[in-house]
Design a protein around this ligand. Structure first.
Ligand code: TXA
Ligand code: MG
Length: 358
């Protein structure tokens, strides 16, 4: 089928209340008509996502935007002019007709205009803004290719619109305009520096252990099944000698140990390239059934901030197999060692493997 026919088909599915995975410049999203609460409910089900975690609504134009929000503060306007379509999400006061299931009952709604021609056409043809959480099971890494979506959710959704690999590779930057001053809720594809150069200093939400500041800002998120360790040094490498270890580095590996597999995010040390490779590289390592992935920290400037945010959340020690997010294991307990981490994650993996087979 030609692109146009494929997009028409996807739009038809959305109009009828179905769910379609769609490409964006950041990651693939899972789309449904934002004004159809039943379709939106199915997205939560398919993802295994808790209902208290609100969704981003994707718009194709300013008419869509007017259907969703009461007013737009001038700083938000400036940023939308500069970065839309693009990886910036703004949180604004919502109109009453926006279904509660979309916003988890909040007074605000998160909105962005994605930079992908297929998806902009899809939204226009569907005749309605579409909700779009990342198209992955809750808590797992976001998909950056149609195949990632197919592998994890293919049998649970109605259609996948394949728009090629995502250019940016990390999710959108989320800024709330609901507070006194603009508040950064999630670092992402638009670097903080670029935002501040336009509207001045913004506040930053700290990642608090256990209690998400925004519902989806859980400390363990974007996580593979293999444990990721971010804080490690040459000194403690000796204790991992008998382990099957993968290494995730920003630029060039410094070879102190024989690694099972090494993934380099960007040979030339380019943040854009590194961000675009991040989730695919972690997925490749995750597929190898390693004991451990050691990740190297990247400098926290520009897109480096979003990369480090994802790596930190991916490496936090919280159970993801249990539905309840309150079952943080090891957190706040200093004696929790890497050995504990490997054992626990292995145990979770075995349970998941059995479930996959069963
Ligand atoms: O790049 C992206 O933003 C991708 C693509 C598909 O557009 N989408 C994405 O959606 O990352 P999701 O659902 O994985 O993450 C959305 C985040 C969640 O952490 C959620 O808590 C937050 O946005 N969010 C949504 N509505 C909000 C609101 N009204 N107030 C505060 N946070 C909100
Ligand atoms: Mg997500």
């Amino acid at each position: 089928m030609r692109d146009k026919e494929v997009i028409l088909k996807a739009a038809e599915i959305i109009r009828k209340g179905g769910i379609v995975a769609f490409p964006t410049e950041t990651v693939y999203g899972l789309g449904a008509d934002a004004f159809n609460p039943f379709a939106v409910a199915r997205i939560f089900e398919v993802k295994g996502r808790p209902y208290f975690d609100p969704l981003i609504v994707h718009v194709a134009n300013h008419t869509d935007l007017d259907r969703l929000v009461i007013e737009i503060p001038s700083d938000a306007k400036k940023l939308m002019e500069r970065f839309w379509p693009g990886p910036l999400t703004v949180v604004l006061l919502k109109k009453e007709n926006v279904p509660d299931i979309v916003t988890a009952g909040l007074q605000t709604v998160a909105i962005r205009m994605p930079k992908h021609s297929m998806t902009l056409s899809l939204i226009e043809l569907a005749g309605s803004p579409i909700v779009g959480p990342s198209a992955n099971p809750f808590g797992y890494l976001s998909p950056t290719t149609a195949k990632h979506v197919q592998d994890q959710l293919g049998d649970k959704i109605d259609f996948i619109l394949d728009g090629g690999p995502c250019e940016v590779g990390v999710e959108s930057t989320i800024l709330s305009f609901f507070e006194k001053r603009p508040l950064l809720l999630r670092p992402g594809g638009v670097p903080l520096e670029e935002i501040e150069s336009i509207i001045g200093e913004v506040e930053i939400t700290p990642v608090e252990e256990g209690r998400p500041s925004a519902p989806g800002m859980l400390p363990r998120h974007y996580a593979p099944r293999t444990p990721i360790v971010l804080d490690w040094s040459k000194k403690n490498l000796d204790s991992y000698r008998d382990k099957k270890i993968g290494l995730l580095v920003f630029q060039e590996p410094k070879n102190f140990l024989k690694f099972h597999q090494i993934e380099v995010l960007s040979k030339k040390g380019d943040f854009r390239e590194a961000a675009a490779n991040l989730f695919s590289a972690i997925r490749r390592l995750d597929a190898l059934h390693l004991d451990l992935i050691l990740a190297e920290a990247v400098p926290e400037v520009g897109l480096g901030r979003a990369i480090m945010d994802r790596l930190r959340r991916a490496s936090n020690v919280i159970s993801t197999t249990n539905d309840s997010i309150s079952t943080f294991r090891g957190m706040g307990k200093k004696a929790y060692t890497t050995e504990d981490l490997i054992r626990d994650r292995k145990c979770e993996r075995n349970i998941e493997d059995e479930e996959d087979r069963g």
